[in-house]
Design a protein around this ligand. Structure first.
Ligand SMILES: [Zn+2]
Length: 284
């Protein structure tokens, strides 16, 4: 999928497919409801993907989120049926973008399926940056929570994804909303994680929103259909409505981070189901 928003060319980048527990993906929504829309496998898992986003304006080459990367443990690989290899780097290669060309890695939040691909292990087992010339950009609040090692967040933030960023001095921590580059906005939302942010590209009448895990797929359009991973689900419901309204009103593209079929869609308000997809771009 390629979209053009003013100077920004946006390409969907495959960060790896996976399977996730259906109950975890839909939180309080009863199984009898979500199974009308998606069929789980024998382990109750539904198909999912990591869609990262490559944004180029001629001066900057920005990668938004990095998928789960190649370092996951065998247990995690089996649990989530993760793809072997490094789907993110392979996908970038198909677009003709070597890792050294990435100038910025924007992380919506630091869960393993978003931050894992930013680092890798070399042949000697040493951790290193997957994008050696990039600065890595995240909200300060997200960074502080992710590195707090709070026992109640055990497992949410593998430190091997984070340590190298600090050690190599490539981190840029943001304090709140910003037009980070011309036409590229980073906007904190909270909800899914305390320091979660969405990415918005705007140019005149055109716009594209990457809501990340506030609305991970076209099956999450309804206010109450949120993931069980959300640390503050009421906030997710609130900001999701806000941003979907904006997207519907302005006819912005919404770029999904975990939809198994669609890469992006336009949405319209609907009296019964709040929002429905009016037009979509398939995963290629
Ligand atoms: Zn995610």
């Amino acid at each position: 999928m390629t979209l053009q928003i003013g100077p920004w060319q946006l390409d969907s980048v495959h960060g790896g497919s996976f399977r996730s527990d259906g109950g975890a993906m839909f939180g309080v929504v009863p199984r009898v409801l979500w199974t009308r829309h998606v069929e789980p496998d024998e382990k109750n898992r539904i198909p999912s993907r990591c869609h990262c986003l490559l944004a180029r304006d001629g001066k900057h080459t920005v990668l938004v989120d990095t998928g789960y990367g190649p370092k996951c443990s065998p247990r995690l690989k089996e649990l989530f049926a993760l793809e072997e290899g490094n789907p993110l780097l392979e996908s970038l290669k198909r677009l003709g973008v070597p890792p050294e060309e990435i100038t910025h890695v924007v992380l919506t939040h630091l869960h393993f399926d978003h931050a894992g691909g930013g680092t890798l292990r070399d042949e000697g087992g040493e951790l290193r940056l997957a994008f050696p010339r990039a600065r890595y950009v995240v909200q300060r609040l997200e960074w502080e929570v992710a590195t707090s090692r709070a026992p109640e967040l055990a497992g949410a933030y593998p430190q091997e994804n984070l340590q190298p960023l600090e050690e190599q001095g490539v981190l840029e921590l943001l304090d709140g909303p910003a037009e980070y580059l011309p036409g590229l906005w980073l906007l904190p939302t909270g909800g899914h994680t305390q320091g979660h942010q969405v990415v918005l590209f705007r140019s005149g009448e055109q716009g594209a929103l990457y809501p990340a895990d506030i609305c991970p797929s076209s099956l999450h359009l309804a206010t109450m259909w949120c993931m069980a991973f959300d640390t503050e689900v009421v906030q997710t419901r609130r900001v999701k409505r806000h941003w979907l309204r904006q997207a519907a009103q302005h006819r912005w593209w919404v770029i999904w981070d975990h939809d198994p079929q669609q890469a992006a869609a336009r949405v319209v308000a609907d009296s019964k189901r709040e929002f429905v997809v009016s037009e979509s771009r398939e995963v290629v």
